[in-house]
Each structure stands twice: as C-alpha cells, then as structure tokens.
Write a protein that binds this ligand. Structure first.
Ligand SMILES: Nc1nc2c(ncn2[C@@H]2O[C@H](COP(=O)(O)OP(=O)(O)OP(=O)(O)O)[C@@H](O)[C@H]2O)c(=O)[nH]1
Length: 523
C-alpha cells in the first residue's frame, strides 16, 4: 500500500508569525485581537507615543523617535513618523528576524502610522517575511489632509507589501448605527480587522484537509493597486452551510457579495469541527458559485479543527482592482434605494409593521458579537454569527408589541433622574392624601419640556399621530403643584387638638400629644 503523507510545509509554525500594531490605531487593533483570543502569534507594538505603548497588551514593544518626539505622538506629521522609525531601524529589523509571516496593522492618516508603515514593511520584506498589511482609511469627516496622507502611504504599501487589505472607516461605520459614538465606530472597525487577522492566521497556520498556502493567498490578493475583498462568517446548527455563506457575504467589504461578480481569483477556506461533512462543503461551494463569475479561479482549502465543535466557518479573500471597485460602488449607489425610500417601499408592500422590522444590521452584529465575546471560545467568535431564526422573526420575538402605560412612562422619567420629573414635597403630601381628589396643574416652565419628552416617548411606541393626543390625556401630570396650596393642618384650635382633655401621654417629661414643632417652640 502506498502511504500518503500530507505535506506539512504548507503551513507555518506559530513561532514564525508576528502581528505588529503600528501607531495609536494599530495598538488598538492589536489589543482587540488579543482580547478576542488570538493565540499562537507573537505581538509587537510600535509607536512614538509612550502612553499608548505603555497600555498595550503586546508582549514586545518598540518606542520609536525617542529623541525626536520625546515620548509624544508624531502630531499627524508623516515625515516625523518616518524619521522616528528611521531612528530605530536596527531594533525593528532584529524584531523581524527569522519570521516567516508578518501582519502589520495600522490606521492611516496620522503621523506615526502613515510615515513609518512603508519603512517597516520594507524592513520586514528584507528580513524575508511575507507581509500582509491591514490598513484603515480615515473617515470622510476627518478631512482631506488625512485622506491624502493615507492615499500617499497606500500607494507605497501597494508596491511594498505582499498583500494589502484596506478597510474604509466609513464602511466600517456601517457596522454601527449612526447615532452611536465614534468610539463605537472605531471599536466596530477594530473587531472587523481583528476577525480578518484571525481568519488569515487560521488559514495559513492550521494544517488542513486541503491546505491553503502563502502562494494561494498571494494569488488571491495579487492585482495592481487593488482593494482586498474579505468576508468571514460562522454558523452553527441547522442549515449551517447556507448561513455561514450568508454571514460571509454580509461583510461590508463584500457589499452583500455583489463585489465578487468581478473577481478573477477567489480564495475560499472552510473550517469545521469533526462533524463537518463533504455534503456541507458542496452546499457551501454551490451557493458561492452563484456569486462569482464562472471563469473565476477558485482556490479552495478546508480544515477540520475540533475546537470549532459544531461551528462551520467560511473565509473568502479576493481582490478587486480599484477602477472596478469604484465603478461597482457607483452602480450600486445608483441602484440602491435610499433608506427613506426603502422604508416607504416596505411599508407599501407589507403594511406598517414592516417599518418596525427594518433593524439596522450593524446593531444586531455588535450586540451578538459582544455576547459571544463573553461566552464562546476564541475560535468560535465571529462578527457575522446569526441564530437559526430569520432576522424578522427574531425581531418579532424580542420586541413584542409592548405599549408602556402612562404610569410606566412616568416611572421611566423618574428613574432617569430628570429633576423635572421629581415630585416636590407638596405634591407628595397631596398625593398621600389621595391624588385622585387633588386637582393638579402643570408647572408651566418645567412641564412644557417634560410634556415634550412624554410625547416623544409615546411617539416612539405608538407613532406621532397618537402621541399628542395621548399625552394630553395623561391623568397624572408629573411636575405639578396643587392648584390650592395645602394649608396648615388644623389642630381643632388647641395645642393638643383632639387629645385635649385626655390623659397626657408623657415620655421623658414631654407630652407626646402636643405636635413636636409646638413642643420645640415652648423650649
Ligand atoms: N480602527 C481604528 N481606527 C482608528 C483608531 N484610532 C484612530 N484611528 C484611525 O487611524 C488614523 C490614525 O490615527 P492614529 O493611529 O491615532 O495616528 P498615529 O499613526 O498614531 O499618528 P500620530 O497620532 O500623529 O502619532 C485616524 O485618522 C483614524 O482614522 C482606532 O482606535 N481604531
């Protein structure tokens, strides 16, 4: 019998992979990857800013520009960033020695990252490593200067790196709802990048049934001045192949899979637990074939990893020349109805409930990822996990038609600590005596704003038409004064009131039948 030995050379030993976080954003990406449980690879943080460097979780740190920036950042100046790195060239070179694969994570647009990234990339290549750069492009609102600095560096990296994976921060922002803060947007970007780094690391480090090597990775990413198309998804339980594919295509970097229609080479990696079947792999690949051109060169890899348990993950990597990317995006924008139109259309077709079902995709993803981070092993974590029920069913289950009563609205406002919602002592006394009988009126200045809040609360639950009507019918105004301010409590004329003539109730020489404030006056 001829024994078949799997070629172990295709995979890379863990000790020869290093992940580098450069600059402030790079350090955050690295921290995220570490928190997500990325294991096996060494982590190195390089920065000018001592404060960020000090708080990084990386086991290895290099402070660049010690004599130049004196422990501060490069102040958004790439020239300073470059000079800072040049100061420590030898130290960086040493850190890259004998490493086969280097992932460089960097946020472009500032000084340290944009200035130092090309040099660091060159040093890593000169030391013989295969270099994959994960770079973010600034948000539109950060201004044209940062965008231009990022573009200049991208042009250099496109030539220097073996593979360049770019993440447009504006697109990453799609992962969170607009009203969430910028920290949320950055955090979502970091999670996405962390997931990508993990997927690629898994792909080249885990021995597989059908191995994917660096040459495959290069082939998938090799086009001039291209943007990486990347998607990774994981699913469990029933229909996991279909859902793993859906989750992969949901990546903002793939535009629901539409960007794949121009891809010429696509790398697909499937990883599952010991229960992974050939039939499932076939289902996944059949599904994928609907999204890629027939002529596309598919590089396929598959691995069984017991740590995946009943999870099935799919990773897609491809590249699209920038001119095609722009054309495709413009066409999409022209075809896609804007959000307002989409809602109107859905309401027309499915009735008013449709409006409630339109849940921002990012919101679900962020929540689910946060839950997962706590409960699942690193191998099982993914940005694109969904449960087995379709999204609209989940919404219906999780958000039953709960209409808060007016009292609940009031309670909410009180709990919120809004001073306008607090009852003053007069009101409390009045209410103690039987709020139903007390005719209360709204305090003019405070009540106007409060009523507006109440209208808004009801508006959210019922719709604007009913809101004002309901607010006006509230039976219990909140910040109120008694129309007839409560007078002094009559004590039937005498200091002992109705206890007059009774046997005194004396304790420590004090007549307890006399009201305390009168007793105090007498002292
Ligand atoms: N994904 C992500 N991007 C970030 C984060 N912080 C900043 N960025 C982006 O990265 C760009 C560069 O910011 P930094 O990395 O802080 O800058 P730097 O390279 O350290 O440069 P200097 O601050 O000038 O020394 C910014 O313009 C943002 O677009 C972050 O925490 N996560």
């Amino acid at each position: 019998m001829i024994s078949y030995q799997r070629d172990p050379q295709q995979t890379i030993p863990e000790s020869s992979v290093k992940i580098v976080g450069l600059g402030g954003a790079g350090a955050n990406m690295l921290d995220r990857a570490a928190l997500d449980g990325l294991s096996g690879a060494e982590m190195l943080c390089i920065n000018t800013d001592m404060r960020t460097l000090g708080s990084s979780v990386a086991s290895e740190k290099i402070q660049i520009g010690r004599n130049l920036t004196m422990g501060l950042g490069a102040g958004g100046d790439p020239e300073l960033g470059l000079k800072a790195a040049q100061e420590c060239e030898q130290e960086i070179r040493d850190a890259f020695r004998d490493r086969k694969m280097i992932f460089l994570c960097v946020g472009l647009g500032g000084g340290t990252g944009s200035g130092a990234a090309p040099l660091i990339c060159r040093l890593a290549r000169e030391e013989g490593a295969f270099v994959v750069v994960f770079a973010t492009v600034p948000f539109g609102f950060e201004g044209s200067r940062r965008r231009n600095q990022a573009d200049t560096t991208l042009n250099e990296l496109a030539v220097l790196a073996n593979a360049l994976v770019t993440f447009d921060n504006d697109r990453m922002g799609e992962l969170v709802v607009a009203k969430k803060g910028i920290h949320e947007a950055f955090a979502a970007a970091d999670r996405m990048i962390s997931e990508s780094v993990q997927a690629v690391t898994r792909l080249v480090m885990r021995p597989g049934l059908v191995n994917v090597g660096l040459d495959d990775l290069m082939a998938a990413l090799r086009t001039n001045r291209s943007r990486c198309l990347f998607g990774s998804g994981l699913a469990k339980g029933e229909d996991r192949p279909q859902r793993a594919l859906e989750n992969t295509l949901a990546s903002p970097l793939l535009d629901q899979g539409s960007l794949l229609k121009d891809a010429t080479t696509v790398l697909v990696h499937i990883c599952g637990g010991e229960s992974l079947t050939l039939y499932e792999v076939e289902l996944l690949m059949q599904g994928l074939s609907k999204h890629v051109p027939e002529s596309a060169h598919i590089l396929f890899g598959a691995a069984v990893d017991p740590a995946m348990k009943d999870g099935l993950s799919m990773t897609l990597i491809s590249a699209l020349p920038e001119n095609k990317l722009i054309a495709s995006t413009e066409q999409q924008e022209a075809e896609a109805p804007v959000m307002g139109e989409a809602i109107e259309q859905a309401v027309e077709e499915d009735g008013p409930e449709a409006e409630d079902m339109l849940v921002p995709m990012g919101e679900e993803l962020v929540v689910e990822e946060a839950e997962l981070a706590e409960s699942e092993s690193a191998e099982e974590e993914s940005l694109f996990i969904v449960d087995s029920e379709p999204a609209h069913e989940q919404v219906a289950e999780e958000e039953p038609e709960q209409v808060e009563t007016d009292e609940e609205v009031l309670e909410d406002l009180l709990e919120s600590g809004d001073p306008a919602a607090e009852l003053d002592s007069t009101d409390e006394e009045a209410m103690d005596q039987g709020a139903d009988e007390v005719d209360l009126i709204a305090d003019e200045a405070l009540d106007d704003s409060l009523l507006e809040e109440v209208v808004e609360e009801i508006d959210e639950d019922h719709g604007s038409d009913e809101a004002e009507e309901e607010a006006s019918s509230l039976t219990m105004p909140v910040r109120t004064h008694a129309k007839n301010p409560q007078g002094e409590l009559e004590l039937d004329g005498g200091p002992k009131g109705k206890f007059e003539g009774e046997i005194p109730n004396v304790l420590d020489g004090e007549d307890l039948d006399i009201p305390p404030f009168l007793r105090k006056k007498r002292r």
